[in-house]
Design a protein around this ligand. Structure first.
Ligand code: NAD
Ligand code: DAU
Length: 359
């Protein structure tokens, strides 16, 4: 069974690769295609790089000739498509990179898979393309109330990131409708956990808090996200691949809605609890580090997933509660300070200065 994973050197992709290799061992082969942009990091996969059933290929998913060559060579059973430009703030500053990778790159992969999977009598049995998407395609919910995103919620993306992901979802839908191309789409809520790049809320706050730097909270801090521990996302993706009917779409989320300001305070509290007495980092940690800054342009107010379809059809439920997930995540970052140091040197400083300079 060959899994072709795109974007496997990023946050969720690398967690997914760890998950399936731990679960299936030598029963599977994993081919990881990643362009190694600023977000891709091979040190996320250090412990699997020597395995004989793991292959890494540095390549851009927009490179048609290269994708054709890889699909011919490896003839994958499953394609799990994570590769994307994934950060909303970057999409507001530079939308074109998002349109290219997220829309064009997805189109190139769909064609590459169609070419090797299609026969005179339809598609080869058992092949599956899983397109990993986001709840942001549904737009924003009112802050209070009992509205949730379901699979039937109309698309209403607001940022260049979510619009480009919506575009890629529509391409996958079009291939399913037009060619009966065997695909699924998953739309997941905010992930957190090990190996997340510190441009996203939780690792950014952790990194800043440990360095005694300001914690920049956008707007009034009351925007709500629905948080899921990354391993539970990996589990859901693998269940959809192996057990779902083709053409189905699934929302993935664990009913963990929290205001941003709650998350930032929780990170401070958890670090204070975990750092040993006398550690200088502990002494300088307090809520005064929090600084409200200008709001993100077009900032969606609330995301919240209704996961009842994936629970009903596949029996998926998260294993990790939000409280345990945060404990595990903070512990992981404290135990991997060298990972954070490596990732926040060089280009990251430039990004941080451009984004947050002045605070
Ligand atoms: P990430 O930014 O951490 O990783 C993206 C990976 O894609 C990186 O390794 C990068 O090098 C690679 N990549 C980028 N452009 C490429 C290209 N042109 N060719 C090949 N590789 C390329 O992202 P993530 O947070 O791990 O998200 C993975 C996927 O999951 C994305 O499609 C994202 O939209 C989706 N998603 C993310 C979340 C979340 O909370 N992070 C939630 C729901 C869905
Ligand atoms: O909902 C799924 C999406 O979650 C994924 O599709 C995206 O790839 C992923 O980046 C994430 O998008 P968000 O924009 O929700 O995540 P981010 O971590 O950037 O921000 C979370 C919230 O925290 C959001 O309301 C903005 C706020 N925020 C973020 C940063 C980086 C701050 O207040 N300050 C910050 O410095």
């Amino acid at each position: 069974m060959t899994y072709l994973v795109t974007g496997g050197a990023g946050f969720i992709g690398s967690n997914f690769i760890h998950y399936i290799l731990a679960k299936y061992g030598e029963g599977i082969r994993v081919v990881n295609i990643d362009a190694l942009t600023y977000a891709g990091n091979l040190s996320n996969l250090k412990d699997v790089e020597g395995l004989k059933n793991y292959v890494f290929i540095k390549a851009d998913i927009c490179d048609e000739a290269k994708m054709k060559e890889i699909f011919d060579k490896y003839d994958p059973d499953y394609v799990v498509h994570f590769a994307a430009e994934s950060h909303v703030d970057r999409s507001i500053k530079d939308p074109m990179a998002f349109i290219r990778t997220n829309v064009e790159g997805t189109g190139v992969l769909l064609n590459a898979a169609k070419r090797v999977w299609e026969t005179k009598n339809g598609f080869k049995y058992g092949k599956r393309f899983l397109h990993v998407s986001t709840d942001e395609v549904y737009g924003s919910l009112p802050p209070d109330g009992d509205k949730y995103f379901t699979e039937g919620t109309p698309y209403d993306p607001h940022s260049p990131y979510s619009a480009s992901k919506a575009g890629s979802d529509f391409l996958v839908k079009a291939y399913m409708d037009t060619y009966h191309f065997p695909a699924n789409i998953t739309n997941c809520s905010n992930n957190y956990g090990p190996y997340q790049f510190p441009e996203k809320l939780i690792p950014l706050m952790l990194n800043n808090a440990l360095k005694g730097q300001r914690l920049p909270v956008y707007g009034d801090g009351k925007n709500i996200r629905d948080w899921l521990f990354v391993e539970d996302h990996a589990k859901a993706i693998d269940m959809v691949l192996r057990e779902a009917e083709p053409f189905e779409t699934y929302n993935i989320g664990g009913h963990n809605e929290r205001e941003n300001i709650y998350i930032v305070r929780l990170i401070i509290d958890t670090l204070r609890e975990m750092l040993p007495a006398g550690d200088a980092r502990k002494e300088r940690l307090n809520y005064d580090l929090i600084q409200y800054v200008a709001d993100r342009k077009g900032h969606d107010r609330r995301y919240a997933i209704d996961p009842s379809k994936i629970k009903k059809d596949l029996g998926w439920e998260p294993d990790t509660s939000f409280e345990d997930g945060i404990q595990k995540t903070v512990k992981w970052y404290l135990g991997h300070m060298e990972w954070m140091e490596q990732i926040t040197s060089g280009d990251y400083m430039e990004y941080y200065e451009k984004m947050y300079g002045g605070i």
